[in-house]
Design a protein around this ligand. Structure first.
Ligand code: ATP
Ligand code: LTN
Length: 338
């Protein structure tokens, strides 16, 4: 077996529902880059998942391309990894139907993301929103991925993917690898700048709550200056100081310093003004190369097309073999068409 085949396989996906936030970046995307050296990695812009909440067709098309370019700008290297668009590879949706028939209604009803999102969009609790975790399981299982790097909020979905894999294997014989979740030790949870008890989220309506990875330096510093904190003056990480805790976490994540080192650096300062500017500057400096590379890539539509076409074709070849095996196991009549 070649070294390439011995390496474990990683799969992860991200929705193109908007420009990525500092939360997406710290919690998920930036961890994808170092994993490429140790694992075979398959990364995907999950546009089919993005359809589960209302999105204008023109916006979905634009955001999907932008998400693809942002991931390349964040360091996904196509010499090492595959990066493609979910709807280009039909095997995911095909496997999803099969897995639906090994998933219980009760299991899907318990998913917190479904409960949250159906509360947030009570006028559009569609079947896709309910079934979202099964498509996510199919994304992972159709490659027999070993490891799935996600933020902590996605672990419930990953647990369900493991349950579905085990159930299918029990019923039809060993077919799927049962995937492990991988929450990076670097993956901090970044909170909203305007309500630091809530996570920073792409879909937040208040632009001041969210740092986008493509924001310019002035915008980032302005948002940090306006961050909600508390009425004290001390820069320490402590219960009850959610705003300051969040800014310290962000500062630590982008500078590589520990929270204790950061506390020391800012100790003795009277008030939060300078600290907020320092956090903003550190974030902007950290993100500057991503922003520059993105600006270059998004101009080059022909290059992007070549990349997602080649990677999509390779992903289809790979996953089709696994889907064919599934079709045999469940008793579908063999077809010359596939
Ligand atoms: P939406 O607002 O559209 O629901 P989102 O910003 O909450 O999107 P997702 O697309 O659901 O983000 O998540 C992409 C990845 O980023 C996931 O792995 C998730 O765990 C991670 N992630 C999202 N928000 C944060 C955050 N605030 N802190 C750390 N990780 C996050
Ligand atoms: N639900 C994930 C996105 C996602 C995903 C996946 C992550 C879709 N399919 C497969 C890992 C593996 C989210 O981050 N919101």
């Amino acid at each position: 077996m070649s070294e390439q085949q011995q390496k474990k396989l990683i799969f992860s996906g991200i929705q193109p529902t908007g420009t990525f936030t500092l939360g997406n970046y710290i919690g998920a995307i930036r961890n994808w880059k170092p994993l490429q050296d140790e694992y075979r990695c398959i990364y995907c812009v999950v546009d089919e998942h993005a359809l589960t909440v209302k999105i204008e067709p023109a916006k979905l098309r634009q955001k999907t391309l932008e998400a693809y370019a942002q991931l390349l700008a964040c360091g996904i290297d196509l010499e090492k990894s595959l990066l493609f668009i979910q709807s280009h590879v039909p095997t995911h949706a095909q496997l999803s139907w099969i897995l639906n028939c090994s998933t219980q209604f009760g299991e899907l009803s318990r998913m917190t993301q479904f409960k949250d999102k159906s509360q947030k969009h009570p006028d559009d609790v569609n079947a896709g929103l309910f079934d979202y975790p099964v498509l996510m399981a199919a994304d992972i299982l159709v490659y027999n991925a070993d490891l799935v790097p996600v933020g902590a909020d996605q672990m419930q979905h990953l647990e369900l993917a493991r349950t579905i894999a085990r159930r299918f294997n029990g019923r039809y014989g060993e077919t799927f690898t049962v995937p492990e979740g991988y929450v990076s030790p670097l993956g901090a949870k970044v909170m909203s700048l305007q309500d630091p008890t809530k996570k920073m989220s792409k879909s937040d309506e208040n632009p001041n709550a969210v740092i986008l990875i493509l924001d310019d330096k002035d915008t980032i510093i302005r948002k940090c200056k306006r961050a909600v904190t508390d009425s004290e003056t001390e820069i320490v990480f402590r219960e009850g100081k959610d705003g300051i805790n969040n800014l310290l976490t962000i500062y630590s994540a982008v500078t590589g310093k520990t929270i204790q080192e950061a506390e020391k650096e800012f100790s003795g300062q009277n008030g939060y003004g300078k600290f907020k500017i320092a956090v903003g500057e550190a974030v902007a400096d950290h993100l500057a190369p991503v922003r520059e590379e993105y600006a270059r890539l998004i101009q080059d539509k022909a290059y992007l097309k070549k990349c997602y076409t080649e990677c999509g074709a390779e992903a289809l070849r790979y996953s089709q073999r696994i889907l064919n095996k599934v079709y045999r196991k469940i008793g579908f009549v063999a077809s010359e068409i596939r």
